[in-house]
Design a protein around this ligand. Structure first.
Ligand code: DGY
Length: 328
């Protein structure tokens, strides 16, 4: 019997066909509807590998249900949706998709920054709604990007790629990270900064930090109050890093000028959410790595990682390095 891989969304045929000779691959029926939890539990009970989405909660119940489960391959670089500790306890490998999405996600982060600064969504809507009455000197005047200061919170690979893009706009680059990045300082002239200094001095604060116990609710009302009133806040990391109520108040009270958000505390965000009522907020549906090319590469990487583990080999992009010792 071939090892069984369950995929929690419908993926294009081209991503999986190469693996079908070796594995039995079954997918959830829909591309845009998440698999119901009861079905996920049933599938986990049968599966040797699960190919999961960042929107699936892979908690202890799912992991414990998987008696034969050897690997969870998550279609994302972030893996805060997976209980890695519980996976360790059961000797299950957890894999993600770093590197292959770095530039695509940095492109999105920078385009969200630009769209927010130059009010692109408002401008496009005005034209489409027939509300453009005349050219006028300050019509939808936004903020400059070039020669401004960008503060990157979370200087991993995506953060560095955003910083690289910022050099093209001759921006000053500040960054805050758990560890200093001498190579980024040398290559891009980025300056390490305390979190407080970064939020006070930056014109653009770009949040790319992963969600951990330390970063949950990092951006509070006090933090937004320290920002420049002209500051623009961009979040392409994870929603719960931000206290959304605090962000709303900061935008309404003029503590900051605008926000561009790709991620939210609860996804999908409700259309009734107060943040979405503000004209100085651009909200997009967690599409950081969503280019066709990159998503297909990510899907293949997930399957390659699953294949490696099921064949007793080390996967390319393993999250829980402890796994190697656990399976020996
Ligand atoms: C991920 O893959 O974790 C990011 O959210 C990119 O969209």
């Amino acid at each position: 019997m071939k090892p069984y891989i369950y995929v929690t969304r419908k993926l294009p045929k081209e991503a999986i066909e190469r693996f079908e000779a070796e594995f039995e691959i079954n997918m959830w029926d829909y591309e845009d509807v998440p698999v119901p939890r009861e079905i996920l539990i049933k599938e986990a009970m049968k599966a040797d590998a699960l190919l999961t989405m960042l929107s699936d909660s892979i908690d202890e119940t799912i992991l414990n249900a998987g008696e034969n489960l050897k690997v969870v391959a998550n279609l994302a670089v972030g893996f805060d949706n997976i209980n890695v500790e519980a996976a360790n306890k059961r000797g299950i490998a957890v894999c993600n998709t770093p590197d292959v999405l770095t530039d695509t996600t940095a492109d999105l982060a920078f385009s969200l920054l630009m769209a927010t600064a130059r009010r692109i969504v408002e401008a496009a809507e005005m034209v489409k709604q027939g509300e453009w009455k005349s050219w006028s000197p300050l019509l939808l005047a936004g903020s400059d990007i070039h020669h401004k200061t960008i503060g990157i919170v979370g200087m991993g690979k995506i953060g560095s790629a955003v910083a690289r893009r910022a050099t093209g706009f001759e921006m000053e680059i500040l960054y805050h990270n758990r560890t200093r990045k001498p190579e980024v300082e040398k290559e891009l002239g980025a300056v390490y900064s305390s979190f407080e200094d970064l939020v006070m001095k930056s014109d653009f604060i770009v949040c790319l930090t992963p969600l951990t116990n330390e970063t949950r609710n990092l951006f509070t009302r006090e933090v937004f109050k320290k920002m420049k009133s002209s500051a623009i806040f961009i979040n392409v990391g994870r929603g719960p890093v931000v206290d959304e109520e605090a962000l709303y108040e900061a935008l309404v009270d003029g503590d900051i000028a605008a926000a561009g958000l790709d991620v939210f505390v609860k996804e999908p965000i409700s259309a009734e959410h107060p943040l979405l009522k503000l004209s100085n907020v651009i909200a997009i549906p967690h599409i950081g790595s969503s280019s066709v090319e990159t998503r297909v590469i990510m899907m293949k990487l997930c399957l390659e990682n699953s294949k490696a583990v099921l064949n007793g080999e080390e996967p390319k992009t393993l999250v829980n390095k402890e796994w190697k010792a656990l399976v020996k």
